[in-house]
Structures are given as C-alpha cells and as structure tokens.
Design a protein around this ligand. Structure first.
Ligand code: HEM
Length: 477
C-alpha cells in the first residue's frame, strides 16, 4: 500500500506571531489604521479579505488576533467563563464609568449576575411589561404624525424610543423621551454617559486615567446622579416586594430575588446592572431600528408587504396589547432580521484567554497566550455562506420566511454572540424593532430624505447610520 495514501495530513502548530496581517507602524502598530475613518469594522473586514479568516494586528505593546473562523469562534464563545473572558481593556473602560454589571463581570461573579439578571429578563416579566413597549411605540407614532411631511432624524428618534423602553423596563420609570418631555434629569445623565463611553471606546489612549476633561467630569456627575435615582427606586421596589406585590420590571425582579433570599444583591449590583441593561440595550436596538427604517425607505415594495401584514394583525387601531400577537408579525420580523444581517449593530466583540490556550481551525492549531485580545467578527458568515444566504448583498426579507434557508442564531452568523454569554436582550430587541416597523408602515409611507448627504456609518457602542433622514406621509385608512 502507498504510505502516502494512508498517512494523515500533519497538523500545523502556530503561535500568534506566525500569523499574517497588516504591516504595523513602530510603537503605535496598526492602531491608527484601525481607528481611521471611525469605521473599524470596515477596516477589519478589508484586512480579512487580504489576510484570511484568522490574522494578527498590532496594538501598542501587544499582538491582537482577529478571527472569523467558525471553529475558533465556536471554541472561544463556548469556553466562557473558564478559558475566555471579555477583553480586560473593554471591561475596564465600562467599569471605570461605574457600570459594572453582567456585560463585564467574569468568573463566579458573572455566573451570579447572569442568574440575577435573568430574573429580570425572563419572558414572564417581558410579557407583563409589554405595555411599556407599546406605549412608547404609540408615542413615537404620535410624534411622527405631528411632524408628517417634514424631515425626521431617524437615529435621534430611535434613541428616544429605545432609551424610554429600556428605562421603563429596567426601573419602571417613564422618561417621556418620545413625547419630548424629560429632556433633563435621567435622560441628560444617560446621554452624557453614552457620550463618554463612545469617546473612550474610540480613543487611542486612555487619557481619562491621567486627566479629567470637562466632558469626563460631566460623565462622573451624571453617573453619580443616576446612581442616587436608581437606588431610591430600588428601595421603593423593595418595599413593594416586602408588601407582597408582584415584580413588574427588572429592578423589582432584583428586589424580589433579594427579599425572597434567592440572591445576595448589593447596591453596586443594582446600579451596575441597571446601567448595563440600559447601555447594552439602548444603542444597539436604536441602531438596528434605524437601519430597518433605512431599508424600508429604499424598498417601497417591502413597506407595502409590512403594511398589509400589520393591517391584518394589528387591526385598524394599529396597536397590540398582547405579546403573542407580535409573533404573527412574521414578515416585519424578517425585515428586522434582514436589516441586522446587512448592518449588524455589533459586528465584532473582543475576548481574551484567561490562561494560555490552543484553539484549532481544521488542522491548524493556534497557540494564544493569556491576555491576548481576540476580535471575533460575528457577522461575516452571512457574506460567505451563499448556500444559507444566496445573493448575500441583497436586501431580501423573504429569505427568513418561505425560502427557509436563513437561520438567525447559528454559525456562521452570530449578531447576538453565542455560547453561555449570548445576548439576553435579543428577544426584547426584536420585539421593539418589529413593533415599530409594523406600526410605522401601517401609519405612513416612508420616503428617503438625503438632504443631509448620503447615508454613511459611525461607530460608538454600536454601528449607526449617519445622515439618515426620512419623510413620512400619513397613509389613508
Ligand atoms: C439589536 C440589538 C442588540 C444586539 C445586536 C446585541 C448584541 C449583543 C452581543 C453581540 C453581545 C455579546 C454576546 C457574547 O458575548 O457572546 C451582547 C451581550 C449582552 N447584551 Fe445585547 N444586543 C442587543 C440588544 C440588547 C438588549 C435590548 C439588552 C437589554 C435588555 C441587551 C443586553 C445585553 C447584555 C446584558 C449582554 C451581556 C451578557 C453576558 O455577558 O452575559 N442587549 N449583546
């Protein structure tokens, strides 16, 4: 027998230093190229075309791995919290803003907080607080009715909508952002927190550790103000739970867990987790809903289909009171999935190994040292896998329905992450975006307004459209 025919191909062992990648500058490495233009996800995608699915880039003082290889992504996402964790440079930044919660907790702390947080995000509470979502969606529709025909700043309005929903669901507090009220107080404090987070995430050096600019001092004061308000509301929620009331929101679900002795909850847990839920849920969902409007404005045929479905499901009043009705808005949800596929709000996440480890991609074995940041490109699969996503660049909501080829939560397409730290807010985000898509198409015909320039992208905590304006013409009943 031919020895070559039976011998297995040898596996290849590599270290991070052996990986190909863009040529680094002295000292700063590839960081300037990475942040240039404010769209790092596009830079990473371009390098991926050039250097393959797993490559290396250089940040000051350290190598960084970037991968979209399904086997490696699967291992890294699943082996948490034992072997991998969120990259410490991301977690530290969020901690420094006083929002230590589920997103950046690790090890046993994360396990405990995930349990605590899931008390407040399970389907029962979401069902009970559904009225909060519909109230905000209706207010947004009223706001748009009042300015029918004029230019709507989509991102600004979607931020109002998702912020109002997030604050309502987490702490039963009516921000009034969609009705134009409540521009001061918590609304302003949270805006300052987001602004600081966005600026620090895109800053090449952590200047705030050495010097506090006026904007950083404003962010500190904003967090202190929000903390007082959250703890006041928590104390009140605890009193209600002691009286035997049923929990109605995330904060009262935490209070119930503490009152029943199921969990030990301290003040930092409460503040950190409320802020985390708001930070993790507001920008991401606003970005998704904004991109939905962008695609709807460009596709009148899709709008008509969403409207026909909404007329049938929502009825002439255009509102829903029961969450199960939402599951009948299947075409509207397909539109949301398709918008998220083409413009994922979080195209990558950054993790790192807790200990030295080896990951495999087919026969390739890659040794990664503890603490090496790994960028996981979560959504590239939908461009590559033309079997699951034929004609991947086209906006085709139908692919999520009768075509039956596209699946929302499996490799190689993971816009909400994967493994034990999979986004716990996915259902809520889909609810918010689907509802607003259906209600808007039922009430208005959406036309693009490009008076501010062509639609581009900007990255803060999520990837937002820039210059996105639309004009809404009320539909005849
Ligand atoms: C379209 C909207 C959203 C997108 C694209 C999105 C995406 C993501 C991604 C990619 C992760 C990281 C998952 C991982 O590490 O495997 C994540 C985590 C998380 N998301 Fe979302 N998210 C969205 C909406 C929300 C909402 C509405 C909430 C709040 C209710 C939320 C709360 C969280 C939290 C708390 C985590 C951390 C989970 C953990 O580490 O255990 N997200 N999200």
């Amino acid at each position: 027998m031919d020895a070559h025919a039976t011998s297995k191909p040898a596996s290849v062992h590599r270290s991070v230093a052996d990986l190909g990648g863009p040529r680094p500058l002295p000292v700063l490495g590839n960081l300037p190229a990475f942040v240039r233009g404010g769209t790092p996800h596009r830079t990473l995608a371009g390098w991926r075309e050039r250097y393959g699915s797993t490559y290396r880039m250089r940040f000051p003082g350290r190598d960084v791995v970037v991968t979209s290889a399904p086997d490696i992504m699967d291992t890294v996402l699943r082996q948490r919290p034992t072997t991998f964790r969120r990259a410490s440079f991301v977690s530290d930044l969020i901690d420094e803003l006083g929002a230590h919660g589920l997103f950046n907790a690790e090890g046993q702390d994360w396990q405990r907080l995930r349990r605590v947080a899931m008390h407040g995000l399970n389907a029962k509470y979401l069902g009970e607080s559904f009225a909060t979502i519909t109230r905000s969606a209706e207010r947004l529709r009223n706001r748009w009715n009042a300015s029918a025909g004029s230019r709507i700043d989509v991102v600004d309005d979607m931020l109002r909508y998702t912020l109002e929903v997030s604050v309502g669901l987490t702490m039963n507090y009516d921000l009034g952002a969609t009705s134009g009220a409540g521009e001061d107080g918590l609304h302003r404090q949270l805006s300052q927190l987001f602004e600081a987070l966005g600026r620090r995430l895109s800053s090449p050096v952590p200047y705030w550790r050495y010097v506090r600019l006026p904007a950083d001092r404003r962010a500190d004061a904003a967090v202190a103000g929000a903390r007082t308000l959250i703890l006041d509301r928590y104390a009140e929620a605890k009193r209600r739970m002691v009286r035997g009331d049923a929990p109605t929101d995330f904060l009262s679900a935490l209070a119930k867990a503490e009152v029943d002795g199921d969990e030990l909850v301290n003040d930092d847990d409460v503040v950190g987790n409320v802020l985390t839920m708001i930070v993790a849920g507001e920008d991401t969902t606003a970005a998704a809903a904004s991109w939905v409007m962008h695609f709807l404005a460009a596709h009148p045929d899709v709008q008509r289909q969403v409207r026909a479905e909404a007329d049938e499901v929502l009825g002439p009043g255009g509102s829903i009171t029961e969450p199960p009705v939402l599951s009948r808005l299947r075409y509207a949800e397909a539109v949301v999935n398709e918008a998220i596929r083409l413009r994922p709000p979080t195209p990558y996440i950054v993790l790192e190994p807790v200990v030295d480890t080896t990951v495999t991609d087919g026969l390739d074995r890659l040794h990664i040292g503890a603490g090496t940041p790994i960028f996981l490109l979560l959504s590239h699969g939908s461009d590559d896998d033309t079997r699951q996503f034929p004609d991947p660049q086209s906006f085709r909501p139908q692919r999520w329905l009768t075509d039956g080829t596209a699946r929302a939560t499996s490799q190689p397409y993971l816009p909400f992450g994967g493994g034990p730290r999979f986004c716990p807010g996915r259902n809520l985000a889909l609810m918010e975006a689907t509802l607003i898509a259906a209600m808007t198409c039922q009430a208005f015909t959406i036309g693009p307004d490009t008076s501010a320039g062509p639609v581009g992208e900007r990255v803060t905590f999520a990837v937002f459209p820039t210059n996105l304006g639309v004009r809404l013409q009320p539909n005849l009943p």
